[in-house]
Design a protein around this ligand. Structure first.
Ligand code: SF4
Ligand code: SF4
Length: 464
C-alpha cells in the first residue's frame, strides 16, 4: 500500500529566531481560554532545554517507543510511566496587571504593572517560560542541561570563545509511526489516510492525556477548559485549499518548505525497528520515488489522487530528505518516523574558512574542515541522527559543496563544468545545484500543495 504524507523541511541556517511563526500560530489556533500555555509552534534556542522543560529527556517524560526483543512498545506502557508535564514544566502563563497603571493613588514613584497568572489572576513571581533561555540567556545554567551534549566535551563550548547557538523551531511532526495515536484508549487520535495529518477527534477524546505522555516531542496539549487534548493540525483547513500552514506562510526567514511524499506503508514497522545507526536511512528507504512508473501505479491503486502524485514529484521535501540527503529527522531514536525534517546548521562556515585562510585555496582543502565547524558534529548527530555522525557530515558536506560551487562560478569566474567536480564528488549534479539555489537561496517557491483547485495551487506555490 502506498500512502501520501504531507511533510515539512526546516532549513536551520536560515532561521533568525524572530518567533513570528509561533505568534501567528498562537493567534490563529490557541488564543483562547484553556490553551494559554500551549504553543503548537515554538522556537527554541540551542543549546538549551526547550519547552516544556527538557522535553527530550524521556527518562523524565516517558515518551516514544522502545525496541524490546524485536518488538516495539510504548515507553509509557513498558515502564508504567504516565507523566504529562506539569504546568510548571511548561510555564505558568501570565499577563500584567495593567489596571494598576490607571488606578494607583498618586505617589512619588511610578506605578508598576506586576505579572499576574492567566489561570488564577493572582500575582505571581515569573521564574520560567517557553523562551526563558532565548538567545542563550542564562546559558551557563540552561545550555548545560541540554540532553544533546552526550559524548561532547560541553565545557569547551560553553565558554565565551567556543559558544555556538542556533534556533530550533518545532511543530508536531505528523509522524508516520505516531505513539500518541497508539496510546489513546479511546481511539481519538487518528492519522488521515489522504495526507497523513495527525488529528485528535474532539468528540471521542476524554482528556486521559496518555497521548501527552506518549508524544516524545511533547506536542500534544491538554485544554483544561474543555477537558480534551489538542495539537497542531498542520493548518489542514488551509492545506485543503492549497495554502501553506500559517507558520510557513508567515516565516520571515523563509526557512520552511512544505510538500508531499509517497511512502510504502508495509515497511513502516521494519523502518521503525532499524538499529540506531541505521534509523535515518531506514526512514529514507520507505520514501518512494514518485517518478517511478511502478510507484505511481501502486499509488493510484492505493487510492492516492493524481494531483498528490504530481505534487510528490515536485516536492521540496522529497528532494531535500530523500534525494539529496541534506535534511534529517529530529530524534529518530524515538522511533516515530517524524515527518518534519531539518537541514542542520553550518553556523558559521565563512568565519571558520576565513580564519584558516581557506577561501582562496583549492576546494579540496575546504571539505575536510567539516569537523572544525563551530557546532560539534556529535551534538547535531545526537539531535538529528540517533548519534550517527556520518549522516550529519554527509549533509553538511553537501551544503558546503553547493556554496563552494557557486563561489567558484560567480566569484572566481570558473566555468560551471570545471566547478562541478565538487558537486560530483558529493553525489550532486549541476541541475541539483540550480534547484537547491532556487529553493534554498532565493526561496520564493517553498511549498507545493496538492488541491483540486489547480490554478490556486500554482498561484500560491509561486508566491514569495
Ligand atoms: S510529534 Fe507527537 S503529537 Fe505529533 S504525531 Fe508525533 S507523536 Fe503524535
Ligand atoms: S518565523 Fe521563520 S525565521 Fe522566524 S523564528 Fe519562525 S521559523 Fe525562524
Amino acid at each position: 500500500m502506498v500512502r501520501a504524507q504531507v511533510s515539512m523541511v526546516m532549513v536551520l541556517d536560515k532561521c533568525i529566531g524572530c518567533h513570528t511563526c509561533s505568534i501567528t500560530c498562537k493567534h490563529v489556533w490557541t488564543n483562547r481560554e484553556g490553551m494559554e500555555y500551549a504553543w503548537w509552534n515554538n522556537v527554541e534556542t540551542r543549546p538549551g532545554v526547550g519547552y516544556p522543560f527538557k522535553w527530550e529527556d524521556q527518562e523524565r517524560y516517558g515518551g516514544g517507543w522502545v525496541l524490546e526483543n524485536g518488538k516495539l512498545r510504548l515507553k509509557l506502557e513498558k515502564e508504567n510511566h504516565y507523566k504529562p508535564p506539569s504546568i510548571e514544566e511548561y510555564y505558568h502563563p501570565f499577563t500584567y496587571d495593567y489596571e494598576t497603571l490607571f488606578t494607583e493613588e498618586l505617589k512619588d514613584e511610578q506605578p508598576t504593572a506586576n505579572p499576574v497568572s492567566l489561570l488564577t489572576r493572582e500575582r505571581i513571581d515569573v521564574k520560567w517560560g517557553p523562551n526563558w533561555d532565548d538567545d542563550l540567556a542564562g546559558g551557563d545554567v540552561y545550555a548545560k542541561m541540554d540532553p544533546n551534549w552526550r559524548s561532547v566535551e560541553k565545557e569547551i563550548y560553553l565558554n565565551y570563545k567556543g559558544v555556538f547557538m542556533f534556533w530550533l523551531p518545532r511543530i508536531c511532526n505528523h509522524c508516520i509511526n505516531p505513539p500518541c495515536l497508539v496510546s489513546c484508549p479511546r481511539k481519538a487520535v487518528y492519522k488521515r489516510e489522504e495526507d497523513g495529518i495527525v488529528l485528535i477527534d474532539q468528540v471521542r477524546c476524554r482528556g486521559y492525556r496518555f497521548c501527552v505522555t506518549a508524544c516524545p516531542y511533547k506536542k500534544v496539549y491538554y485544554n483544561w477548559k474543555t477537558g480534551k487534548s489538542e495539537k497542531c493540525i498542520f493548518c489542514y483547513p488551509r492545506f485543503e485549499t492549497g495554502q501553506a500552514p500559517v507558520c510557513t506562510e508567515s516565516c520571515v526567514g523563509r526557512i520552511r518548505y512544505v510538500g508531499v511524499v509517497l511512502y510504502d506503508e508495509e515497511r513502516v514497522e521494519e523502518a521503525a525497528k532499524a538499529p540506531l545507526e541505521k534509523l535515518v536511512q531506514a526512514q529514507r528507504d520507505i520514501i518512494l520515488d514518485p517518478w517511478d512508473p511502478g510507484v505511481a501505479r501502486k499509488a493510484r491503486e492505493s487510492g492516492v489522487p493524481e494531483n498528490f502524485i504530481k505534487a510528490a514529484r515536485e516536492s521540496p521535501v522529497y528532494y531535500m530528505f530523500k534525494k539529496w540527503e541534506i535534511a534529517l529527522p529530529i530524534h529518530p531514536e524515538f522511533r516515530t518516523l517524524p515527518m518534519v525534517v531539518y537541514v542542520p546548521p553550518l553556523n558559521p562556515v565563512v568565519t571558520t574558512l576565513d580564519r584558516r585562510g581557506l577561501y582562496s585555496a583549492d576546494y579540496r582543502d575546504v571539505l575536510p574542515i567539516i569537523d572544525e565547524l563551530r557546532i560539534p558534529i556529535r551534538y547535531l548527530a545526537n539531535m538529528f541522527a540517533a548519534g550517527n555522525e556520518e549522516e550529519v557530515r554527509k549533509a553538511l558536506k553537501k551544503l558546503i559543496a553547493i556554496r563552494e560551487y557557486f563561489r567558484m562560478v560567480n566569484v572566481e569566474g570558473k566555468s560551471k563544468l570545471e566547478a562541478s567536480r565538487i558537486l560530483e564528488e558529493n553525489g550532486l549534479s549541476r541541475e541539483d545545484a540550480d534547484l537547491m539555489y532556487k529553493w534554498l537561496a532565493i526561496g520564493k517557491e517553498r511549498w507545493i500543495i496538492p488541491t483540486s483547485k489547480k490554478e490556486l495551487r500554482i498561484s500560491i506555490a509561486r508566491r514569495g
